[in-house]
Write a protein that binds this ligand. Structure first.
Ligand code: AMP
Ligand code: GLY
Length: 425
């Protein structure tokens, strides 16, 4: 069958890499893809935001299955558009994608259905938002309502930072209309985890193995938030009791809530969690695979992903069991110097094959083939060097050995990915 993967990040390279191993996949397209997907799929040059162009392409090529990486397409209704012309696509409707598209919608739904999340307020003007700061304790978290490419959240430890964040949203319009409303919420401590499930049209839920992202740019979780500087799977903080609590208090209730609200959710449901005093709280819902989380998760998935997704589309996820490699996997993101702010592009990258000879899988994100054929940097997050090992320490060592082999003049990375799992008592 012909399968289309939309997106150009490490997530999409990992998906294409996994789909490529399926005997069911006769042809894989990736739009627009990167230098990593180029070797294993046909990269197609359509703007990844052009829903009409994507639909025409899928119709022309008679694509049998489409999997969408990035959230903006889902929030802008690609699934409704594809389904209207009979194309098979895995993901939520535009209405259901509001779970990620609007933090106000998500927080209000959690409040209505008693799903544990941080206490919050919603504000549409600068003055009342500032007033709320006066009556609440620091640290506090300020979130633009709409999509902001993972940059709309500021964890504020000082009043000055909180006031700056509000200024950027309301006065500088840093996030445009995505900042017309803000959520201000209590800062929850302890440890984060990502819990990703597949949900089918009948409400059946099949969870993937847990993972933990490293959102902050610098070692020790310091510096600004990024899209994710590395991840590992499984996340030991998600022990069987916590896993059961996530399903009972968060994932099943939100799926039921969406049904009750008349917008049943199907697709990938990603719960971004803070585990506080052994209790999971939702920080966010995403409606797509996490990146980089899906890189170590797919590195551990032994089952063929294609029949799993086809069964989800049939509404029969209750009949599926996924087999996992019990060994942990660690993914270290190599990013362009300057990321998550401004950075330069077009630096040559070499020795990726050397890193892979040592056992790592190198997923590409912001890479392209330069005019002289060499692989060059073309984005903020550039590579996800992913490795498995018998222990977290061994997986970490193997991933970093891969990182050390790769040469490029403009990359940086964190050195402590997976330390939380290694040092866990
Ligand atoms: P979000 O997009 O809402 O998940 O926020 C991005 C990141 O900001 C999260 O992964 C956390 O690291 C941090 N964050 C968000 N909300 C909170 C919160 N209430 N308390 C502490 N950290 C938070
Ligand atoms: N790594 C965080 C995300 O995919 O949203």
């Amino acid at each position: 069958m012909k399968i289309l993967v939309i997106g150009s990040g490490g997530r999409e390279h990992a998906l294409v890499w996994k789909i490529k191993q399926s005997p069911l996949a006769s042809k894989i397209f990736c739009v627009p893809g990167n230098a990593g997907t180029r070797g294993i799929a046909a990269n197609v040059h359509i703007e990844a935001t052009d829903i009409v162009g994507l639909k025409e392409f899928a119709l022309k090529e008679k694509v049998d299955l489409t999997i969408v990486g990035p959230e903006d397409l889902l929030v802008n209704g690609i699934v409704d558009n594809f389904k209207a012309v009979g194309l098979n696509i895995f993901g939520p409707s535009m209405a259901a994608a509001a779970l990620e598209g609007s933090k106000v919608f998500m927080k209000n739904l959690c409040a209505k259905y008693n799903i544990p999340t941080a206490p919050y307020g919603v504000f549409e003007d600068h003055k009342s938002a500032k007033k709320y700061l006066d009556i609440n304790k620091l640290p506090i978290v300020i979130k633009a309502d709409g999509l902001a490419a993972g940059k709309g959240v500021t964890v504020c430890h000082t009043l000055e930072k909180a006031l700056d964040a509000l200024n950027e949203i309301f006065e500088d319009k840093k996030f445009g209309d995505a900042g017309n409303k803000v959520v201000i919420e209590e800062c929850l401590g302890d440890e984060e985890a990502s819990h990703i499930s597949l949900v089918d049209k009948n409400g059946n839920i099949l969870s993937l193995e847990s993972s933990q992202d490293h959102k902050a740019r610098d070692d020790g979780d310091k510096g600004p938030n990024t899209g994710g500087m590395g991840a590992y799977s499984p996340a030991p903080v998600v022990n069987p009791e916590i896993e059961a609590a996530i399903m009972e208090k968060i994932t099943r209730p939100i799926v039921r809530a969406m049904w009750k609200e008349g917008m049943p959710f199907s697709g990938v449901l990603y719960a971004g969690l803070m585990i506080k005093d052994e209790n999971p709280h939702v920080l966010e819902f995403n409606v797509r695979f996490g990146d980089p989380e899906i890189q170590p998760i797919l590195a551990r998935m032994k089952s063929d992903i294609v029949p799993v997704i086809l069964t989800a589309l049939d509404g029969k996820l209750d009949t599926v069991k996924i087999e996992w490699d019990p060994r942990p996997a660690v993914c270290v993101v190599m990013a362009s110097k300057g990321y998550p702010y401004e950075y330069k592009k077009c630096f040559e990258i070499s020795n990726i094959d050397e890193a892979e000879k040592g056992g790592a899988i190198v997923f590409h994100a912001g890479t392209k083939n330069g005019c002289r054929g060499a692989i060059e940097t073309s984005g903020g997050r550039v590579l996800g060097v992913t490795a498995k090992g018998d222990t977290f320490q061994k997986a970490k060592d193997s991933a970093y050995q891969g990182v050390e082999k790769i040469t490029c003049d403009n990359l940086f990375w964190r050195n402590d990915i997976a330390d939380k799992a290694i040092n866990r008592k």
